[in-house]
Ligand binder design. Structure first.
Ligand SMILES: Cc1cc2nc3c(=O)[nH]c(=O)nc-3n(C[C@H](O)[C@H](O)[C@H](O)COP(=O)(O)OP(=O)(O)OC[C@H]3O[C@@H](n4cnc5c(N)ncnc54)[C@H](O)[C@@H]3O)c2cc1C
Length: 336
């Protein structure tokens, strides 16, 4: 009798929170072969990059402790999804056949359009930029003025870590400090930062960055130049792989045939409507991260993956409740 291989090949592009969760969750099915493609051999905990910069925490985790058994890790970058040939092309020149693709490439730091920002600001959005920033901070005397631009939670966390190091920090909020928090939460954050010596400038925006200063405007005709030996821009993120702009623009830029094909592929494994199709991607990761923030104790982070979290099934994974029915081989790392 002829045996048919009914396994579906799933290629997950991007091993961040969304891609890693998706790959682990897919293991609930026993008819899929899962390959995860990621440029780095380690998982980057982006939500810890500010701690990495301040040397108060690590930001990388071995995939061996996160990925479930049987998931193949390919350390490479996807450069093209060839829907006609049903292959994902990689920077190394290799191609991976797929039946389904999960596109979970996340985001990266947006280059601000403010004059001088591209040349003279530092970013914390990626592991590599955080590594450069950490090295620069180590050269800088403690009393040097550091400016953090961006009053969102990433800016607040960065300013707080550096202030705890004993650095002189100014946080330029643009408008409101921590706008996503309640009024009480904002008051608490403002008080904490002030107590730790951070100069919080609400209502001021950076209009120019110079090698050793920033120019600030508060909406009036006058601008103020403030010394800044190092300026960190924690302002905004943009989708990775999109080459800039909004995700919608990225969608528009993709050929219609590709869109149709990719959408069709997304629908096939689950036929439960829109909610299912939204199960991966930055928004889903954020939702999960928010839910995580309401659990647990200790030092509060908006979220974090729980390494080796177990729920009785004694299997590794980012998500504790994922059932792991498949007794399969250990995940293999392929660095070609
Ligand atoms: C300093 C900092 C602090 C933060 N703190 C919080 C927080 O407390 N709470 C919160 O909710 N959010 C926080 N965030 C935001 C959070 O990190 C993101 O929402 C989250 O990382 C999104 O997860 P993701 O899996 O979609 O993308 P990512 O984590 O960005 O993962 C995407 C992965 O895809 C890979 N990739 C990209 N392009 C390709 C390609 N072509 N081929 C293969 N792989 C590719 C990337 O290298 C990366 O590994 C923070 C961000 C930063 C920078």
């Amino acid at each position: 009798m002829t045996e048919h291989n009914t396994s579906h090949k799933v290629v997950v592009i991007g091993g961040g929170y969304a891609g890693t969760l998706a790959a682990n969750r897919l293991r609930m099915r026993d008819d899929v072969d899962i390959t995860l493609v990621n440029p780095r051999p380690e998982f980057v905990e982006r939500i810890r990059l500010h701690q990495f910069v301040a040397r108060t925490g690590d930001a990388t985790i071995d995939y061996g402790t996160l990925l479930g058994e049987g998931i193949q890790l390919v350390v490479d970058s996807a450069t093209r999804i060839d829907t006609a040939a049903r292959t994902v092309r990689l920077a190394s020149g290799r191609a991976l056949d797929y039946d389904y693709v999960i596109y979970a490439v996340g985001s990266t730091g947006a280059v601000p359009s403010v004059p001088g920002a591209a040349e003279f600001t530092w970013s914390i959005a990626e592991l590599e930029s955080a590594q450069r920033l950490r090295a620069r901070l180590e050269e800088l005397p403690l009393e040097a003025q550091v400016t953090v631009v961006g009053g969102g939670l990433t800016g607040v966390e960065t300013a707080a870590e550096l202030a705890e190091q004993g650095r002189k920090v100014t946080l330029v909020c643009g408008r409101t400090l921590a706008p996503y928090l309640s009024a009480g939460g904002r008051r608490y954050v403002a008080k904490w930062l002030t107590r730790h010596g951070v100069a919080v400038l609400e209502g001021d925006a950076v209009t120019e960055v110079r090698p050793d200063s920033v120019v600030l405007a508060d909406g009036s005709a006058d601008s103020v130049v403030r010394p800044s030996a190092l300026t960190i821009w924690d302002g905004r993120f943009r989708p990775a792989g999109a080459g800039g702009g909004e995700r919608a623009a990225h969608r528009r830029a993709r050929p219609a045939a590709h869109r149709r094909d990719a959408d069709q592929h997304r629908r096939r494994p689950h036929r439960r409507g829109r909610r299912r199709r939204r199960a991966v991607g930055p928004a889903a990761a954020d939702e999960w991260l928010r839910r995580r923030a309401t659990r647990g104790t200790g030092r509060r982070h908006r979220a974090e993956p729980h390494r080796g979290d177990r729920t009785g099934d004694d299997q590794p994974g980012l998500h504790g409740r994922v059932r792991q029915p498949r007794p399969a081989r250990r995940h293999q790392t392929d660095r070609r």
